[in-house]
Ligand binder design. Structure first.
Ligand SMILES: [Fe+2]
Length: 196
C-alpha cells in the first residue's frame, strides 16, 4: 500500500482525473505490458527526475526562510534518482527481456530484489509527501515551486503505476506458477511464455 501521506486529496494529477479508463493489463501479453511500462512510466520517470532535483534545489535556496519550505527535498530526490537509475536499467536490460522469453523459477531472486526495491521507492515517496505536505501547492507559489509540485505529482503517478503493474501483474505470475497455476487469463503475467 502507498504511504498514507501520498493520498490524493490535495494533489491529483490532471491525467489521473480526466484520463481514459485504464486497460486491464492482465489480459495483455508480457511484451505489450513491458512496452507500456517502459514508455509510459519508466521514460516519464527518467525525464522528470533531473529537472526535479534542480527545481527542488532552487526552491530550497530561494525560500529557505519560509516555514513550508521543503527542506531536504533536493537530497531526497537525488537519492531516488540514483536508486531508480540502477533499478530501471536492471529491469529493462536484464529482467524484462527474460520475462518476455518466458517465465522461469530462476528469475525468482531477481524479482524478489525488484520487489524489495519497490518498497524502498515507496518509502522515498512517503518521505517526499511528508516534506511537501502531500505535494501541496502554496497559493503564492512562484513558477519554480509550481513546476516542482506539478512535476512531483507526475513522478509519483508514474512510479506508483509502474510499481503496481510490475508487482501485481508482470511479476505476479511467478508466484502463481510456483504455487500451482496462474489466475490471469491473458499473458500479462508472463506465464503465456511458458505454456505449451
Ligand atoms: Fe520496478
Amino acid at each position: 500500500m502507498i504511504a498514507p501521506l501520498l493520498n490524493r486529496r490535495s494533489g491529483p494529477s490532471p491525467d489521473r482525473k480526466s484520463g481514459p479508463a485504464e486497460r486491464d493489463w492482465r489480459q495483455a501479453s508480457a511484451q505489450e505490458l513491458v512496452e507500456h511500462i517502459r514508455h509510459e512510466h519508466h521514460d516519464r520517470i527518467r525525464e522528470r527526475l533531473p529537472e526535479l532535483v534542480r527545481l527542488a534545489q532552487r526552491v530550497e535556496l530561494v525560500h529557505a526562510a519560509r516555514p513550508d519550505c521543503p527542506r531536504g527535498l533536493c537530497a531526497e530526490l537525488a537519492g531516488l534518482h540514483a536508486a531508480l537509475h540502477t533499478h530501471l536499467k536492471r529491469e529493462e536490460r536484464v529482467l524484462f527481456p527474460q520475462l518476455q522469453m518466458g517465465l522461469s523459477p530462476e528469475l525468482a531472486p531477481l524479482i524478489a530484489q525488484m520487489r524489495s526495491e519497490h518498497e524502498t521507492q515507496r518509502d522515498a515517496l512517503g518521505r517526499i509527501g511528508h516534506l511537501t505536505r502531500d505535494l501541496a501547492l502554496p497559493e503564492d507559489a512562484c513558477s519554480s515551486w509550481e513546476a516542482l509540485v506539478l512535476d512531483l505529482r507526475t513522478l509519483r503517478d508514474a512510479l506508483e503505476q509502474s510499481i503496481r503493474l510490475e508487482d501485481e501483474v508482470l511479476y505476479q505470475g511467478l508466484t502463481a506458477a510456483r504455487t500451482g497455476g496462474c489466475s490471469a487469463s491473458g499473458g500479462g503475467c508472463a506465464c503465456a511464455g511458458t505454456a505449451g
